[in-house]
Design a binder for this molecule. Structure first.
Ligand code: SF4
Ligand code: SF4
Length: 190
């Protein structure tokens, strides 16, 4: 459900929120003039509760709670389509990234149930095989989310074209990769 009614609410903004988002992302959110080109091109907009341009406006207004509790920041796929369309050259994906980090730091709940499952399944796969083994990843992720047959129809075509490996990859330097992941996990906990 989109929150268009809440976008037009005149609430008090959270002091310093806009400045913090700009500092974290390195992007000038304040120069967004609401042309809507980002939202028109976003491939995931149909599933977001706030369109990317609405999100930018809420950040400008300092409506921190609205922004950090929306599903949009978790659904953004960082594809950068919005950034390439933006006439003000704002890196919207970088803004989304900064907002996700802020939401994590400040313990706002993740609004999309599948996101933490996706991340933990992805990291376990990397820890085990050193790089992503897609077939194993999809199998475990579908099991954990309860969508057992999701995307299975695509597998035969991908296998035929050599885009999907039935067996996991074998790579050198697994100890270094595990060490690197451990370090990233430690930094994220700080
Ligand atoms: S980077 Fe995110 S917000 Fe921008 S177009 Fe892609 S999915 Fe949409
Ligand atoms: S495309 Fe750029 S200027 Fe237009 S609404 Fe989106 S962020 Fe704002």
């Amino acid at each position: 459900m989109r929150r268009s009614s809440r976008v037009t609410d005149h609430k008090m903004g959270s002091a310093g929120f806009l400045e913090q988002v700009e500092a974290d992302s390195g992007e000038k959110v304040r120069i967004c003039y609401q042309c809507g080109k980002c939202s028109a091109g976003c491939p995931v907009a149909y599933s977001m509760d706030l369109l990317p341009n609405q999100l930018m406006r809420l950040v400008q207004l300092g409506l921190k709670d609205e922004v950090l509790s929306c599903s949009t920041i978790w659904l953004c796929a960082s594809c950068e389509t919005c950034a390439t369309r933006c006439p003000r050259e704002i890196g919207i994906a970088r803004v989304m990234d900064a907002l996700r980090h802020m939401a994590r730091r400040e313990h706002y709940p993740v609004q999309v149930r599948e996101v933490p499952l996706f991340v933990s399944t992805f990291i376990s796969n990397l820890k085990r095989f050193g790089r992503l083994w897609e077939a194993g990843f999809v199998g475990v992720f579908n099991l954990r989310t309860g969508h057992l047959t999701k995307d299975m129809g695509k597998a035969p075509g991908m296998l035929r074209k050599g885009k999907l490996a039935l067996l996991p990859p074998r790579i050198k330097g697994m100890d270094k990769i595990r060490k690197m992941i451990k370090r990233v996990e430690e930094v994220n906990r700080q």
